[in-house]
Each structure stands twice: as structure tokens, then as C-alpha cells.
Design a protein. Sequence first.
Length: 556
Amino acid sequence: MKIIKGLPPAPIDKETVALDVETFGQTSDKLHRPTGSFACLSIAARSYGDKVYQIYDHNDVKKVLNIAKKGEWAFHNSLYDIRQLMRYSKRRPLIPIWDTLIIDRLLYGGLYSTFSLGDLSRRHLQKKMDKDVRDDFSSLTEMTPGMREYAARDVARLLDIVDAQKANMDDGSQKIYDLIDQPAIWAILDMPPVKVDVDAWLKLSEKHAHEASIIETDLGTNVKSNPQVLKLVQAQTGIVMKNTQRKTLDSHLNDHPVFQAIIDGRMYRDAVSRYGEKWVNKHVEDDGMVYSNWGVIGAATGRMKSSDPNLQQIPSRRLPIFRQMFVSKYGGKMVIADVSQQEPRITAYETQDPGLIKAIHAKEDLHLYVTRQIYGDDTIKKSDPRRSNGKDINLGLTYGLTPHGLAARTDMNEQEAEILVNAYFQRFPHVRQWMERQRQIANRRNYVTTANGRRGWVNMYDKHWQNNVINMPIQGGAADHTKLSLVLAKEMAKDDGLDFDICLVIHDELVADAPTGTVVGWKKIMRDAFTEAADQLYPDIPFVTDVVSGDSWGAK
């Protein structure tokens, strides 16, 4: 390998050009917020032979991108590199982009858990990468010979990994990458931050601390102390518990009020710990903005990730008030769109069960429809408590819910739960048949796919593997739908002359921070995006999108 200082020659048309940016002084905990100063850009291509070109002046970045514009650009974690490159050039890299991080998650999601460049080197090339020099970039401000060698070796190895991945790329993964994950790179790069009402957030934290204090004073116990809680429960109820896990506490809710008090006390204590003043100091910038590190793939199912902070874990059920803390930075409205019963609709498409498909086309409430079917009672209304049992079965069976598990979640006993589960499969036999096929497929090839080809590997030694092979296509299919909706919303906003204002992606939900005068437009865009994405991925299955707007994310 020869390192050439200076601009590279033009690559052959459409050949892969590997690019890797190194930065001095970049803080490691906020890689999605570019800091530090330019160290070098390394460039490699097959037509360059054994030469790796490097530039050390950020003023040359624009020149390199112009020279390489006819190539297919390859990065490992393109979101990082492109953000850095955009600091020095207004020219955006053009698709096609080959991101080895995303591609490996596509090819081997569920099989491997780590996806660094070193991991890929060992996996595809059987070569270990020495990363000892990497730390020098955080402490030095001038390139040493060792640092130049390190940067050149990284980009040369990246080029080899691209070749290895292309040799293993299957049609389904290529389709998902081209249609969804590659364009999602650009959507994420354009996602704006979201604003937090800091004063209201801190007051809420004080309130939670006060509520926790009242409960603990009344109980005379530290609710976070397992020994103290076990002793309290036995003293007040006579019940001897082996642990104080949430599932155990839930199972005794009807036995004594102390169990609900313990759960509530822990909830408030956890809220203060996880989402108190420390959260604000760490994640909220001086202008009240929160910049989450969004990623194209964060789980084996293909769901997007959010970290530093993880906005997908903001409490929504027991403490929905947290969502009221997220407000419009424009003084406009937050527009929230989510898919009604997304996963049951995907289940209907995957299984092609006539009963489920008929109900969807009849615009039935699927949970109510299933409830009526399993109880054999068409008079059951939405307000009937039995609908909750139908919903648990409708959602839970594709996650491996058993009669025992259903009984634990409801007031029914295990025998009653078994009757309902059997009734479900009698009414919807194609679901059971599909579930059996999934397990057979996993046994044969050790992975399953979504309806559109996203692959999920299965650990056959995991005791939950039979549930995982059912869950992956459904949850992965939902991830495909939401992510494609994000991509299409970006395109529609551009066509309508609107800035891209979607700031949150929460599983089946998109949230836009809409300036005054754009709320109607954003409502239409988000509804149309979800509908078009469903038409592309799940033809002939109607999807329904609920869209609301209000002063905060909590308007939903």
C-alpha cells in the first residue's frame, strides 16, 4: 500500500470509491454532533491499484468530492462521515452510497451483535485491525506517520469489505437497501432537532420527586430496596415473595394496595433518575434543542435507533406527561401521525388469512373483530372489557403469547385463556399455518425474512427462537413501513416546497414540528406517506393513519 499525499485521479465511472474521514479532537460521546478539526480524508478505489490518496487540508474536500462524483461512494457509518464532509463542502454526496455498517446489519442482523469496521474485517476478510493509533486523533493536532498509515489502512480495508459484501448480497437485502435504508440516510441527515420546554421539564422532575417522597414516607420504606420491600410486603400482607420484579408485583395487584404503591413509588423514582435534571444537563443544548443520534438500523428487526438521548424510550403509557414537554421550536404545532393497528395488518398480509383480510377491507376495528370472533358474540362493543383480551391475543400470538402468558396478563385463568387461544386459531387458521411455516423455514436456513426481504437470523439455541421467528417478520415489516414512510415524506415535502420538519420517529409514529401555516400540508404529507408506503410494501391491505396536531408531542 502506497500513501499519496494529494488529490486522487478521477475513478472509473460507477466504480466503488471508499472514503474515510479522520478528525482531531472529536468528542466520542457525541459523534452525531460534529466537533473537532479536520485531520485527513483518505480515498481508495480499485483503479488506483495499491495507492491510497490522502488530503490534509479541509479546503480540498470539495475538490475531492467533485473528482469522485461519478463513483459509487462507500463509507462505514456514512452518517458520521457525511456530516463531517458537509462541514467543508456544500456538495452533498450523491447516491448510490454503499454503507458497510448498514449493509452488514442487513445481511447479518440477529446473527452478530457488533458491527465496527474491525468486526467486519475479521468477519469478511479474516484480518484483525489494530486500533491503538485511533486514540491519537483525540489528543494530537498534527498527523504522524503512524496516523497516516492507520487512516490509509482503514480505507483500503473498507474497499475490500465492500467487495466481500457485494459477493454475499441477496436480492431481498438489495431491494430493502435501495428502497428504504439507503434513502433513509438522507432523511436522517435532514431531520431537525426537537425542542424541550426546559422549565416545565424541571418542574415535572420536582413533582415526581415529591410524589416518590410521599409514597415512601407513607410506606416507611425505600421502594428501590429489594430487602426492604420484601420485608414490607410480608409484614402488611403475609405474602412471602422471592423477588420484587415488576412482573411479580403485578401478579399481586389484586391482593393488597401496597403493591400498587410500590409500583408507583418506583415509577416516580425512576422518572427522576432517568429523566430529571441530569438528563437536561446532558442532552438539552442552551437553546432548548435536543439532537438525538438517529440511526438507520438499531435492531435485528430493522427498526431505526435513537441514542444520546434515546427519544424512543420517552415514557408514553404510565407517564405520558413527558410528551407534553416536547414543543414546537417555531411556536407552531406538533403534527403526530401513527398507523392504526399496524402489526395486525402486516400479520394479515403475511398470513393471507381470509378472515383478517375481510375485516380489514370492511374497515373493522381489528381488535374488536377478533374479540367477537373468539367469544362468538357479535354484540360485543368497543367499551366491553373483553376487547382487551381480544387485543392481547391479536397482538400477543405473533409474539409467542401462550395461554399461560395470557392468563398472567389478564383476569382469566389458564383454562379460559387456552379456550380463547384455540378459538382464535379456529377462526383464523391461516395464522397458525404461517407460524408453522416460519419455524420450518428457520429450521432449514437459520433465518427468516419480512414480506419484502429484510433478513433476520435466528439463534436456534435461544429458548425463545420459535417466538422470534414469528416476531421478526411482523416487527421488521412494521419497521420497513415506518421507515419508508419517513423517506416518502421527505420527498413529498420537497415537492411541496416545505422544509423537512419530521423530528421524531417512534416505531409506528412520525412527528413533525410544523411552522405556522404548514400544519395542513404536513398532515396531508404524513397521511399520504404512510398510505403510499403501505401500497408499495403491502398491496391490497388498506392501512389507516391517524393524524393529529397540537401544542406538543403529547397532543396525540
